[in-house]
Write a protein that binds this ligand. Structure first.
Ligand SMILES: Nc1ncnc2c1ncn2[C@@H]1O[C@H](COP(=O)(O)OP(=O)(O)O)[C@@H](O)[C@H]1O
Ligand SMILES: [Mg+2]
Length: 231
């Protein structure tokens, strides 16, 4: 099991008001899985992703990532775990506007202490793997939404994480760019990368191998998609 949560609660308290965003959620995800997280707005999907990504901690319950109990880790240890295991993709692409596509992809490698030449090489390879070799020197403003999201994916790939968490990665894209992004995710999953992806869109979820549905903070349904076999 790559990750396992058990009896997870998340309660947000703002002033006198508490909101229970997750209630008693238990689920395990194996290495190599490709999971869609679905459910209405406000059902706890992003809260769940933030906990899986060690960006936030549960109020109650257990989270084991790669055999390690997250609850006993310090914030620094969590940051370290996050750096090595997890790549995040968000609805907004979060690229730095004054850096080229190549520089955006190479930047996180600076913080990992990868030397200059190697950084550029890895960034070039990552851009190539998302089909953007011919856009290395473009600024984000000179790229389409779909291309910007592919740069964001390349930035994650340069770090070589075994787990990708994507929160509505196609939410800002037209359906064709969305499908291009999904084609890349499928290739990454075929290469063995575990992917957990939030979407509202049934067609997008149809690319995944398993669908987990949330409702009012509860895990309502968990089903595997049986792929059509060509005869
Ligand atoms: N930082 C926060 N502080 C307080 N309440 C929050 C916070 N983040 C989310 N919530 C609340 O928790 C619930 C679940 O939110 P969220 O996980 O973002 O849902 P989803 O991603 O499914 O739309 C919502 O009712 C939301 O208002
Ligand atoms: Mg959300």
């Amino acid at each position: 099991m790559l990750l396992e949560v058990e009896g997870l609660d998340k309660i947000y308290t703002t002033g006198k008001i508490s909101v229970t965003a997750l209630r008693d959620v238990s689920v395990g995800i194996d290495e190599g899985e490709y999971v869609a997280i679905m459910g209405p707005s406000g059902s706890g999907k992003s809260t769940f992703m933030n906990i899986l990504g060690c960006l936030d901690r549960p109020s109650r319950g257990k989270y084991i990532l790669n055999g390690e109990d997250i609850s006993i880790k310090s914030d620094d240890e969590l940051a370290d775990l996050r750096n090595h295991y997890i790549g995040f993709i968000f609805q907004s692409f979060n690229l730095l506007p004054k850096l080229s596509a190549l520089e955006n992809v190479a930047l996180p490698l600076v913080y990992r202490g990868v030397p200059g030449k190697k950084r550029l090489l890895r960034a070039k390879q990552a851009l190539e793997s998302v089909g953007l070799s011919d856009r290395e020197n473009h600024l984000p403003s000179e790229l389409s939404g779909g291309q910007q999201q592919r740069v964001a994916i390349a930035r994650v790939l340069a770090g070589d994480p075994p787990l990708i968490l994507a929160d509505e990665p196609t939410g800002n894209l037209d359906s064709r760019s969305g499908q291009e992004v999904m084609t890349i995710f499928r290739e990454l999953n075929d290469r063995g990368i575990t992917i957990v992806l939030v979407t509202h869109d049934d067609e997008i979820a149809g690319n995944c191998k398993r669908v987990v549905r949330f409702r009012d903070g509860l895990l309502q349904n968990d089903s595997r998609i049986v792929e059509a076999v060509e005869l």
